[in-house]
Write a protein that binds this ligand. Structure first.
Ligand code: UDP
Length: 250
């Protein structure tokens, strides 16, 4: 990852696309709904046709988050719960892989927790090779370590794979001054610096992920994946959503 201050020339050569588990079911529901998975798969497939290399990092919140089990009277150790959360991302990955392949996409499912017979082990050099060959790689099991989220995994993978940008797909249009689902007067920011995000405590990604992106000047684009064509637009470098960057681009 270059520490250059220059905005990246568009369109992007390689991106990491972070999709939360909420993309795999209807709002307010849980589990895996294949229509939702296919919606993401179709958009991602179309985006890949533009020639950009795509690595997808999947969340697992539609099934389970480690934080669910952190109450004092839980008999599950918090670390165990986080491992369960990582396994949830593997289930999402299997569903997305089949959805992408049903569209004719060449894919590889790579896991940070070794799971022979289910998915390939994540090896950085192998992942890069798949990308160079035009395969969409789906990265699951987060970082393989408990106590962090898949946002951190996405930042980590984007840095080690030399991605040009981290595309954070969410259910709202970008980063707002307040929660737009609760406050109708919340204002959408078209662009922000990492410092703006930290200072105003804006909800973009978890703190660890933001800090990593800031340290290496990795831009983050936060956008609404539910809007048809938005994944394609984001991958093409169109200004959808909110761009978080070290220096405000001209
Ligand atoms: N997780 C973890 N280590 C990682 C990534 C994820 O322990 O490197 C666990 C954590 O408990 C997390 C869960 O897996 O809550 C599911 O991921 P996440 O909450 O990020 O999913 P999303 O909210 O994106 O759907």
């Amino acid at each position: 990852m270059s520490a250059s201050q220059q905005p990246v020339p568009l369109p992007y050569k390689r991106v990491v696309l972070k999709i939360s588990g909420e993309g795999f079911c209807q709002p307010g529901e849980r589990g895996i709904i294949m229509d939702c998975v296919l919606h993401i798969a179709r958009q991602t497939y179309q985006a890949s046709q533009q020639g950009t290399q795509i690595a997808i990092v999947l969340g697992g919140g539609n099934i389970l988050r480690g934080a669910q089990f952190t109450s004092g009277n839980s008999s599950i150790h918090e670390a165990t719960a986080h491992y369960m959360g990582m396994l949830a991302t593997v289930m999402n990955g299997l569903a997305l892989q089949d959805a992408l392949e049903s569209l004719g996409c060449d894919t590889r499912l790579m896991t940070a927790i070794k799971m022979d017979g289910v998915a390939e082990a994540y090896i950085r050099r192998r992942a890069r090779r798949h990308l160079e060959k035009g395969r969409i790689i789906i990265l699951v099991a987060g970082t393989g370590s408990p106590f962090v989220t898949t946002d951190t995994a996405a930042a980590q993978r984007a840095l080690e794979l030399d991605a040009d940008v981290l595309l954070k797909a969410t259910r709202v249009d970008g980063v707002f001054s307040d929660d737009p689902e609760k406050n109708p007067h919340a204002v959408l920011y078209p662009e922000l610096t990492y410092d703006d995000v930290q200072r105003q405590n804006l909800r973009v990604m978890d703190q660890e992920a933001i800090a990593k992106c800031q340290q290496y000047e990795l831009p983050i684009l936060v956008f609404n994946f539910r809007k048809e064509g938005n994944i394609q637009r984001a991958v093409a470098g169109d200004r959808v959503g909110t761009l978080v960057h070290g220096t405000k681009p001209a």
